[in-house]
Write a protein that binds this ligand. Structure first.
Ligand SMILES: [Zn+2]
Length: 298
């Protein structure tokens, strides 16, 4: 039996899963991100060991990570688990595991997983968006992941919020060193930050959504602003890549209102007399990351 192992290296949790060649789960284990480099290597090695013990065999290993690997230096960059940046994470994991490891950006893994056998199956141009702790993007064209000449294909979170309103400028400084990045607005963290900035009181993302549904004015206004900003950010992608499917993953992808209201938020900004595309939640939900990582060996 062919065993493919995918690891989803998230900012808060790390999950490893073993899949058979038909995409069925054979085992899956998750644990908290230990928050430091050496412990993370240890943690991934341990998770893979436990998964392989459970299925009784060794598998190929693919890992989805926040950020990407520089094709020039082989060093990690752009990860919001910033302790990974500047490290040879793939080589160090390969050494720890004693075998070759494939690695890709987590949003690229989501995109690949959803095109292979998920919500974007059959898409010509699929753009996947992660809206969770951070904000990432991944592009798959004709079934192939587009990592690009510099390994930043689909990277979307660290461009400035387009068509800004005067009150959105100059924007917040982002951990990446730029200002007014999409991640500071359309991630879950961004939604909370905006609510706190406007209302002077903090509320977590779930409470903002619940409040908006209950008609609580401050929460409803925060959700309105959020959808408007995400719509503008997606319209920018439409004007460059014109995807036929957008797949949404991450915590905020569970918010049903997005699928109802985003088309009207996108359309005014698209440079076309008409605009149609599907906007769908990741079929595999939280599992898209591990499934896409496992797909890196397909
Ligand atoms: Zn940034």
């Amino acid at each position: 039996m062919t065993i493919r192992i995918g690891v989803d290296f998230g900012g808060t949790k790390i999950e490893a899963a073993a899949l058979d060649s038909a995409g069925n789960f054979l085992a899956r284990i998750r644990t908290a991100n230990p928050g430091s480099y050496d412990a993370a290597i240890e943690c991934v090695r341990d998770l893979i060991g436990r998964v392989e013990q459970e299925v009784g065999g060794k598998g190929s290993i693919g890992i989805g990570v926040p950020g990407s690997i520089s094709p020039r230096s082989g060093l990690m960059r752009n990860a919001n688990s910033t302790y990974l940046n500047g490290r040879t994470f793939r080589e160090d994991l390969s050494a720890a595991l004693g075998r070759d490891v494939r690695m890709a950006n987590d949003a690229n893994c989501l995109a690949l997983s959803e095109v292979v056998d998920g919500a974007a199956a059959g898409a010509k141009v699929a753009f996947a968006i992660i809206i969770g702790t951070g904000c990432g993007g991944g592009l798959v064209v004709d079934g192939k992941l587009v990592e690009g000449a510099n390994g930043i294909g689909g990277e979307w979170g660290h461009i400035p919020l387009p068509w800004p309103n005067p009150d959105e400028l100059p924007g917040t400084e982002c951990w990446c060193g730029q200002r007014n990045c999409l991640e500071t607005w359309v991630s879950g963290t961004g939604l909370q930050r905006d609510f706190a900035a406007v209302n002077g009181a903090s509320l977590d993302g779930g409470a903002i959504i619940t409040g908006a549904r209950a008609g609580e004015p401050a929460a409803a206004a925060a959700l309105d602003r959020y959808i408007d900003r995400l719509g503008r950010a997606m319209a920018l992608i439409c004007n460059i890549l014109d995807p036929d499917v957008f797949v949404l993953g991450g915590g905020l992808s569970n918010v049903e209102e997005l699928y109802q209201r985003l088309p009207d938020a996108i359309r005014p900004y698209v440079f076309s007399d008409m605009w149609e595309a599907r906007i769908v939640p990741a079929r595999w939900g939280d599992s898209s990351g591990v499934r896409g990582a496992a797909c890196l060996w397909q």
